[in-house]
Design a protein around this ligand. Structure first.
Ligand code: F6P
Length: 364
């Protein structure tokens, strides 16, 4: 008898359910293997009473095309930084990692599969160093992990962004307007770069290249003659002007550590007006539309392969490893290596060069 516990952590991402289903399907081929799911990342283990669900073939039937995660997720805290309210009403964090490992031992868990992005895999690595038999599965729409060619969810996000650009082109053209489409990606410009190329945008602004407002204005003007024309700017939420800062706020949510990037496009609209842009400008912030809904086929396939491989790694006892996609194979890398450096758009990136070759300007 082997008992695997699965958790999904961090922001949700199209394809999570396909991973869960693949884990269960692959594990069911082994004699007496059981798969359990912890609700909301590791919260399900630490909550009292615990919230642990049995994941059998019936529980995962037909979930491969469903968005979200059937075992829920959270991006607030974790076993090392568990948020709790103090007697005076303020919030603090506690380290409950040792307690969690004890609970997992008591539950006779032989292996944990932690599906999550950068932050979740940092937690995986620390738990592994404490002796927990854990396997990582990378997840993020941002595609900002360097140890895998691609993360599932990314292509779905690019598809959503591209479809939005396609729609906005028609209204921009009808009204002779400038449209700024703000996409997600945190500090990585991958979603913006891919959807700008796929959607045929004129300008693409990414966190890796600080933009010069005058250059952006110049690119817009080239698209207009006697006030007729239109222009599509795809902008990453983390893009910032030369010498400026990112736009957003720190949400007042206990345990939430990330700065919430939001509104770069609103800032850009104002900056363009102040720089003398005479055209109508509208912005559309796509936000969580890029993360919700059904995963496209590409992501379902990648997610299914990741789930299947994760169980293979459990079988081989290769703990401390994370599944990874290195075209054309699914391989494994150490979680430590996986979290050592992020994947940002570099200036010699082939797609960036191609985009410039297509006439897309980056405001530099
Ligand atoms: O990391 C995935 C992501 O969707 C980022 O692109 C975005 O900045 C962030 O998460 C949004 O987080 P939240 O769901 O907490 O608002």
């Amino acid at each position: 008898m082997k008992r695997i516990l699965v958790a999904t952590g961090g922001g949700d991402c199209p394809g999570l359910n396909a991973v869960i289903r693949a884990i269960v399907k692959r594990a069911s081929q082994e004699k007496d293997w059981e798969v359990l799911g912890s609700i909301q990342a590791f919260n399900g283990i630490l909550w009292e009473p615990q919230e642990i669900v049995r994941l059998d073939e019936k529980a995962v039937a037909g979930i491969h095309y469903r968005g979200g995660t059937i075992i829920e997720t959270t991006n607030k805290g974790g076993p090392f930084t568990w948020p709790f309210k103090k007697a005076d009403g303020t919030w603090d964090v506690a380290d409950r990692s040792e307690e969690m490992i004890r609970k997992l031992q008591y539950m006779n868990i032989d292996a944990v599969i932690n599906i999550g992005g950068d932050g979740s895999q940092r937690i995986s690595q620390r738990l592994f160093e404490m002796g927990l038999p854990i396997i990582g599965v990378p997840k993020t729409i941002d595609n900002d992990l360097s140890s895998t060619d691609m993360t599932f969810g990314f292509q779905t996000a690019v598809q959503v962004a591209t479809e939005a650009v396609d729609k906005l082109v028609t209204t921009a053209q009808s009204h002779n307007r400038v449209f700024i489409v703000e996409v997600m990606g945190r500090n990585a410009g991958w979603i913006a770069l891919h959807s700008a190329v796929a959607g045929g945008a004129e300008v693409c602004l990414i966190p890796e290249i600080e933009y010069d407002i005058e250059k952006v204005l110049e690119s817009i003007e080239k698209r207009f003659q006697h006030n007729r024309g239109f222009c599509i700017i795809v902008m990453a939420e983390g893009a910032k002007p030369k010498g400026g800062t990112v736009v957003g706020a720190q949400p007042d949510e206990p345990g939430y550590e990330n700065f919430r990037l939001h509104g770069a496009s609103v800032y850009l609209r104002e900056a363009l007006k102040n720089a003398g842009c005479q055209h109508d400008i509208r912005e559309t912030i796509l936000g969580h539309l890029q993360r919700g809904g059904v995963p496209i086929a590409y992501d379902r396939v990648l997610a299914s392969r990741f789930g299947e491989k994760a169980v293979e790694l459990v079988k081989e006892g290769k703990f401390g490893q994370m599944v990874s996609f290195r075209f054309p194979n699914i391989i494994d890398v150490s979680i430590k290596e996986a979290i050592s450096q992020p994947n940002f758009v570099t200036m010699d990136n082939d797609l960036l060069k191609a985009a410039r070759g297509l006439g897309i300007t980056f405001g530099d």
